[in-house]
Design a protein around this ligand. Structure first.
Ligand SMILES: N[C@@H](Cc1c[nH]c[nH+]1)C(=O)O
Length: 416
């Protein structure tokens, strides 16, 4: 028998769990303060739900052998599609906007399987459904900034793009050239753009697109100089208004919005999921060892209609944090708990006749916590040990108090 989890799967040991909970405990109240309610969707979904009309590639989904009525099933590679499905099918009576948050695991087929490529990840995120427009976009980004602030992070940058505008700027390229250019841009591969066979006019346009990243004012100006159709013009104006609103909020509220250098406009930004229709963004943390993507999200105004019984269009926008990314960055800041909380009391029956009394006393101690505080109490399970052995055990576990219980239910507390 093999006693290892399958390749790519992971066990989280108690300290990992304590650190993960530290992160989640900081994010949850922020999501709640902004009016978001927790939703838990199924880990297993139908494959076609997960693929969201082909906007998520089947190759990222881990499929399950076991089929329900011969319908292929899979493990969710992300949660936005599942939440969109649940909202329009199970919460149809709710009024919009609907604010939902989540905390869960996702599974992605890794190309590196067999070499330890991770396939299970944790995410915490929010979805704002039934709200389009500038204010909804701004709410999501400001909530993102607020969440980062609650984690004590301040070395991050937001890379902001616009999926619709980028797609339409790419549209003059014929397929399959467009796909190749899109891929090269997504992988920051300038060399491919310089060498792919295409006309010089096309190359100039591809390289211009590639370079549409930097300070928001500069990029907006560059795009404005391009010949734009009315729809592109509107997207550009919306982006400009959003950037202005975020900046203004930043000057009113230093604590939750980014400084001027923290926002990078990148119209070459392309996310691996294709359901985005409006702004898209990534939060990155620049560390000496490279760039860490802490979270990502964007606007998806067509996704909900895929699941809606009448195909009604309902806008949506959201983001999620990658808990592993946050964990890595926060570990280096020294903020995360370095150990699991120690037990406060060790309860030891003085003689075998005191065992029942010891269990009762331990329970009384457990219930003595005020305001929901957890009092951690362990029973000493070894009968007949010397007092010194019990003390040694307590010290080795960093237990500060021993309660010696007598058969008459009295207890003497000793600090070790
Ligand atoms: N579900 C997306 C993030 C997102 C949330 N909402 C919108 N986008 C992801 O896993 O990358």
């Amino acid at each position: 028998m093999i006693h290892q989890p399958p390749s790519g799967a992971r066990d989280l040991l108690p300290l990992d769990v304590a650190q993960k909970r530290w992160i989640e405990k900081r994010l949850r109240p922020v999501f709640q303060q902004w009016g978001y309610h927790r939703i838990i969707t199924s880990t297993v979904e139908r494959l076609d739900t997960l693929m969201a009309g082909g906007t998520i590639q089947q190759s990222t989904v881990i499929q399950l052998e076991d089929r329900e009525d011969d319908i292929p099933l899979g493990l969710r590679p992300e949660l936005t599609a599942s939440i969109a499905r649940a909202a329009v099918t199970r919460m149809a009576e709710s009024s919009y906007p609907l604010r939902l948050y989540y905390n869960g695991n996702v599974f992605r087929r890794s190309p590196e399987v067999g070499h330890g490529g991770q396939q299970e990840f944790f995410q915490a995120g929010v979805e704002l459904l039934g709200a389009g427009g500038l204010l909804a976009d701004a709410e999501i980004l400001l909530l993102l900034f607020n969440s980062l602030h609650s984690l004590g992070l301040n070395q991050w940058q937001i890379i902001l793009g616009e999926a619709g505008l980028t797609a339409s700027l790419l549209s003059p390229f014929p397929e399959p050239l467009r796909r190749k250019i899109r891929e090269a841009i997504a992988h920051l591969d300038r060399l491919t753009l310089e060498t792919l066979p295409m006309s010089s006019e096309q190359r100039e346009r591809a390289l211009l697109l590639f370079d549409l990243r930097g300070k928001p004012e500069d990029v907006l100006q560059k795009v404005a100089s391009l010949p734009l159709d009315p729809a592109q013009q509107t997207s550009l104006e919306n982006l400009k208004s959003l950037v202005d609103l975020l900046k203004e909020s930043s000057s009113c509220n230093q604590t939750s919005a980014p400084g001027t250098d923290a926002l990078i406009l990148d119209l070459s930004l392309i996310r691996p999921f294709d359901y985005y229709t409006g702004i898209i963004f990534e939060v990155v943390n620049n560390t000496p060892s490279g760039q860490q993507i802490l979270g990502q999200g964007g606007r998806y105004d067509q996704l909900l209609s895929l699941y809606h019984p009448e195909g009604t269009m309902i806008p949506g926008i959201g983001f999620c944090f990658n808990i592993e990314g946050l964990h890595r960055v926060l570990r280096s800041t020294g903020q995360l708990p370095q150990q699991t909380p120690p037990t406060q009391y060790l309860v030891a029956p003085k003689v075998p006749q005191a065992q029942a009394a010891a269990f009762t006393f331990a329970q009384t101690l457990r219930q003595s916590g005020e305001n929901g505080q957890v009092v951690r109490v362990e029973m000493n399970l070894e009968a007949g040990q010397t007092e010194e052995t019990v003390r040694d055990y307590a010290r080795s576990r960093q237990i500060r108090q021993i309660a010696w219980v007598s058969p008459d239910s009295t207890a003497e507390l000793e600090t070790v």
